[in-house]
Design a binder for this molecule. Structure first.
Ligand SMILES: [Fe+2]
Ligand SMILES: [Fe+2]
Length: 327
């Protein structure tokens, strides 16, 4: 008879679950605590082509977060033995749902109901977006069985890292690029929170993939499958990028950014980079690193959004001014 185990956080199951749990909690946020309506004037100042590009980028991002929340995280969780790692994945799954919703929070302040409907229809019709989703989902679906091979699990975890650390970035480019020039700044605060989360998700699931990789019967063959999958998705990313960025003249720069993040995804899975990257637009790189935002997941929360996680009660002495400090 199966014995059901309770998660015991007082005994470490590995040397990273607690660290990832705590970092995830520190990064917690919800979309409704941001005010994208501050961007209405900025939105009106954008060209129709730029607005179209922005809406399509956010539509595509919504699809990926929906897939990750509804299928990716729950399916992966089923095959992870450590109960503490499962808890971290469960938390991440909840954040994916917040991410997916947050794009709607931006849409509802800048777009009409008709526009929003058009975007969601476009997402359903766009062959490149549908290819991304169906390709990743194919690996997630294999995890639906209880009895799967180590390679199936490895490929499922890799598909997740590719989604988190690579496939999002063609969409993230435009909000970061605009924000770096002072446009759509309030909405970009939300996007930067999502990017900080995806960063920690990619690293965590990448570590899980590395653990499984060590136990594979034929690691070289599995790695080749991963590289083939990466290349297949990369070719699709190039076409997707051309479709949404040609009218705003940013295609070449976005492709460079796509390659940069493809390499990061490979490194999260413990492999060497395979794409040559010349120069990533510094505005976009800085967009991840401005003083209000911390992209590095080991660092703190964004400084423009703080939730109290460690509450220290005030005492009477706290109100007494220290006159010994020179002003
Ligand atoms: Fe997400
Ligand atoms: Fe994620």
């Amino acid at each position: 008879m199966k014995q059901y185990k309770a998660v015991n956080w007082n005994e470490p199951e590995n040397d990273y679950a607690l660290m990832f749990w705590e970092q995830n909690i520190k990064q917690f946020w919800i979309d409704t605590e941001y005010i994208p309506s501050k961007d209405i004037d900025s939105w009106k100042s954008l060209s129709p082509e730029m607005r179209e590009c922005y809406k399509k980028a956010l539509g595509g991002l919504t699809l990926l977060d929906t897939l990750q929340s509804n299928t990716g995280m729950p399916k992966i969780m089923d095959h992870i033995d450590s109960l503490q790692n499962k808890s971290v994945l469960a938390y991440m799954c909840m954040m994916e749902a917040i991410h997916a919703k947050s794009y709607s929070t931006i849409f509802t302040t800048v777009a009409t109901s008709r526009d929003i409907e058009d975007i969601f229809n476009w997402v359903q019709q766009n062959k490149y977006l549908q290819f991304k989703a169906s390709t990743i989902d194919k690996y997630y679906r294999r995890l639906a069985d209880t009895d799967i091979s180590k390679e199936d699990l490895f490929m499922g975890l890799c598909a997740s890292v590719l989604l988190e650390s690579f496939l999002f970035y063609s969409g993230f480019f435009i909000p970061l690029w605009l924000c770096g020039q002072g446009h759509m700044v309030a909405s970009a605060d939300i996007i930067k929170k999502i990017i900080a989360d995806e960063s920690i998700h990619g690293v965590f699931v990448g570590l899980l993939a590395q653990d499984v990789y060590k136990k594979l019967p034929n690691p070289e063959a599995s790695k080749e499958k991963l590289v083939n999958l990466m290349n297949e998705l990369y070719e699709n990313e190039l076409k997707y990028t051309e479709e949404i960025y040609t009218d705003v003249g940013l295609t070449a720069e976005v492709k460079e950014y796509v390659r940069y993040n493809a390499n990061k995804a490979l490194m999260n899975m413990g492999f060497e980079p395979i794409f040559k990257v010349k120069r990533v637009n510094p505005i976009v790189l800085n967009g991840l690193n401005v003083e209000t935002t911390q992209h590095d997941f080991f660092s703190k929360k964004s400084t423009n959004y703080e939730k109290a996680t460690e509450i220290v009660h005030l005492r009477d002495e706290d109100f007494v001014m220290d006159t010994s400090i020179a002003v």
